[in-house]
Design a protein around this ligand. Sequence first.
Ligand SMILES: NC(=O)c1ccc[n+]([C@@H]2O[C@H](COP(=O)([O-])OP(=O)(O)OC[C@H]3O[C@@H](n4cnc5c(N)ncnc54)[C@H](OP(=O)(O)O)[C@@H]3O)[C@@H](O)[C@H]2O)c1
Length: 214
Amino acid sequence: MKQLVITGGSGGLGNAILSEFPESAWKIFAPPRDELDVGDPEAIRRILTARTADLFIHSAGIIRDAPLLRQDENAWDEVMAVNYQGAADCAAALLPAMIRRGAGHLVFISSYSALHPPVGQVAYATAKAALLGLVNSLARENGRHGIRVNAILPGFLETRMTRAVTDRRKSAILEDHVLGCFNTPGAVAKFIRHLHDDLPAVSGQIFQLDSRVS
Ligand SMILES: NC(=O)c1ccc[n+]([C@@H]2O[C@H](COP(=O)([O-])OP(=O)(O)OC[C@H]3O[C@@H](n4cnc5c(N)ncnc54)[C@H](OP(=O)(O)O)[C@@H]3O)[C@@H](O)[C@H]2O)c1
């Protein structure tokens, strides 16, 4: 049975991903935050090292928005730790076993903000942009071992993360979508399943899943 390891499985997107990977076909390891805090490198090493994963999805993420000059230092560190450093640490823990098996797929959930940061979201945008560097580097480093690495920019999703976004701000964001609608967690989950199952020749790619046109 194939094995899925996912961080952020309790989140809006994580939940949708778990629904798309049924336990009848997949052995799932989706530790909650109190079992695996991705801001804790030692916990990541202890829990993930040598664990077998056919597919790893880093969906854990947080937002602590502020402009740089008003950004609390601890909040900056927390955003970097969860969105970026935790992703790199999880990859470092899982990759040796993937390399030994000659197979594996790492999927990182980045954000449109990585490429088009809105004003006041500097920490999140920086962390999500760093994730794209990680994807490209890991794809290059590990392709020869049969390991794939891809990034998803899921688009604006109505989840706990965006609950505080005002209707006015949402309307403004929607105006940038040429189709006039947001993506959904379920559609993102389906895309990840398709990417994993049906596109074995794809690695080192960044997939933007909405209708914002650059
Ligand atoms: N929603 C959007 O519009 C949007 C857009 C672009 C990208 N994304 C990205 O998509 C991913 C999923 O976001 P979402 O919308 O599903 O948000 P969400 O519902 O707020 O879920 C966030 C998840 O991250 C987990 N998490 C937070 N800090 C953690 C930590 N220190 N250790 C382990 N897990 C931690 C949360 O766990 P708890 O349940 O314990 O809090 C939760 O499972 C994130 O990476 C986010 O940046 C979201």
